[in-house]
Design a protein around this ligand. Structure first.
Ligand code: GLV
Ligand code: MN
Ligand code: MN
Length: 419
């Protein structure tokens, strides 16, 4: 490991970072499960954080509204009515038993950055912060729902997605007070955009290994997600000899190992993160196993080739065990490559903090920038994430690194505004 950087943040950023760290703690208490952070799309907790964060936006001088997909927006107009719009943001939803910084810190940094850079008056660009409502896909399996609405790429087939209780996305919209038929109103007009900047914790160990607080993202991994149903036959656990069994759980277990083997051999990452078994009795051979597959790679073509290999392996396993193994795709997002002009702005921001050689990183995690990348130029600023642990309650980013990130983001926004 190289020596840690000795760069120092400004007094403004240091004060804002302390505020943001406190806000992250406050939002961590808005959860459906006391004692652990779980905050999903279109839930009462979603409404609650939107209300809290809208208050912080207004205190910072932003005008606020919630869009037709439940995303929260805050805006400061530009110097002229036709000023292009620079979007900033990240998400407020979480995985199950989450950390308190993933997404959240980027939203809060964006708010304080807008307040800071417009303190002396409007810029040649309008600044709009978006607190996206669903990045993780925790509730409906499909990720990036909030930012897909903003990017105008909503797919009508998503309305029938269901959550763990069988509630459809359409019904969840209505219960939240949103009108499904108006979701297209959340879409931005691409021609007015100057780009999208997102600050986010790294969710990996590379900045820490390099001894740097901040990094420039070059691209974001291509992703696909599936639910897979392995259907065998439920039978008596004592009476059924092995040669008569069609054990769905064992087929699923072999399938999960195949995902790991194939991904490891090809520089991809594949994860089986959920598995349920039916009928789920101690003395019954499992007749059905349902599991998820999350697949990531740097390029779409490589990701798709790996998935093809995985499906062939699933078919062989199924054939050998007399179990049908059927995947259904629930999410697909192409790799997104950050725009050189915005990466330059982020790099200049990091250099302004005293870091002479900002590190460049490929993001293996997904981000709202993936959706925005379909309609405008995007770039991301990564913050050091000790031990690279994320999607876990131990997830952390230091207040000092948030402060450095704030200084960098303010400079990056200034660069884009001046261009
Ligand atoms: C979001 O954090 C994802 O990469 O799944
Ligand atoms: Mn996440
Ligand atoms: Mn995130």
């Amino acid at each position: 490991m190289s020596a840690p950087s000795v760069v120092r943040a400004s007094a403004t950023a240091t004060a804002d970072a302390a505020l943001i760290a406190g806000w992250c703690d406050e939002l961590a208490a808005v959860t459906e499960e006391p004692g652990r952070i779980t905050r999903v799309y279109l839930s009462p907790e979603h409404a609650r954080v939107n209300a809290i964060v809208a208050g912080w936006m207004r205190d910072a001088g932003l005008s606020t509204w919630q869009d037709a997909a439940g995303n929260l927006h805050g805006r400061v107009d530009g110097a002229t009515p036709d000023a292009p719009v620079l979007l900033l943001g990240s998400h407020l939803d979480t995985v199950v038993d989450a950390g308190r910084y993933d997404g959240i810190v980027g939203v809060l940094m964006a708010i304080r950055t807008v307040a800071r850079v417009t303190a002396d008056g409007p810029l040649p660009v309008a600044l709009e912060v978006i607190a996206f409502s669903d990045e993780e896909g925790t509730r409906f399996g499909k990720a990036l729902l909030g930012s897909s609405a903003v990017a105008g790429v909503w797919d009508e087939s998503w309305w029938d997605l269901t959550d763990g209780d069988g509630v459809t996305l359409r019904d969840a919209f209505t219960r939240f007070g949103l009108d499904p038929s108006r979701v297209h109103e959340a879409a931005v007009e691409p021609s007015v955009l100057a780009g999208y900047l997102e600050a986010h914790i790294e969710q990996g160990p590379y900045l820490e290994q390099a001894g740097q607080a901040l990094g420039v993202v070059t691209s974001i991994a291509s992703a696909r997600r599936f639910t897979v149903e392995a259907v065998g036959e439920a039978r008596h656990a004592g009476g059924t000899p092995y040669d008569r069994r069609h054990d769905a759980l064992l087929a699923a277990a072999e399938a999960a190992l195949a995902v790991e083997r194939i991904c490891r051999a090809s520089q991809h990452v594949g994860t089986v993160g959920t598995m349920t078994v039916e009928p789920g009795a101690v003395n019954v051979v499992p007749g059905l196993a349902r599991f998820s597959v999350d697949l990531r790679g740097e390029f779409d073509e490589g990701r798709d080739a790996v998935w093809e290999e995985i499906t062939k392996a699933f078919a062989l396993i199924g054939e050998r065990r007399g179990v049908s193994v059927e995947p259904t795709e629930v999410h697909r997002a192409p790799a997104v490559f950050c725009a050189p002009r915005l990466m330059d702005a982020v790099r200049a921001g990091i250099e302004s903090t005293g870091e002479p050689r900002p590190i460049e990183l490929f993001s293996r995690a997904g981000h709202d920038a993936m959706s925005l990348g379909l309609v405008t130029d995007v770039a991301m600023l990564f913050l050091r994430n000790p031990d690279g642990i994320s999607h876990h309650p131990d997830e952390f980013v230091s207040t000092e690194d948030i402060a450095l990130g704030l200084d960098a983001l303010a400079v990056a926004v200034g660069r884009v505004a001046a261009a």
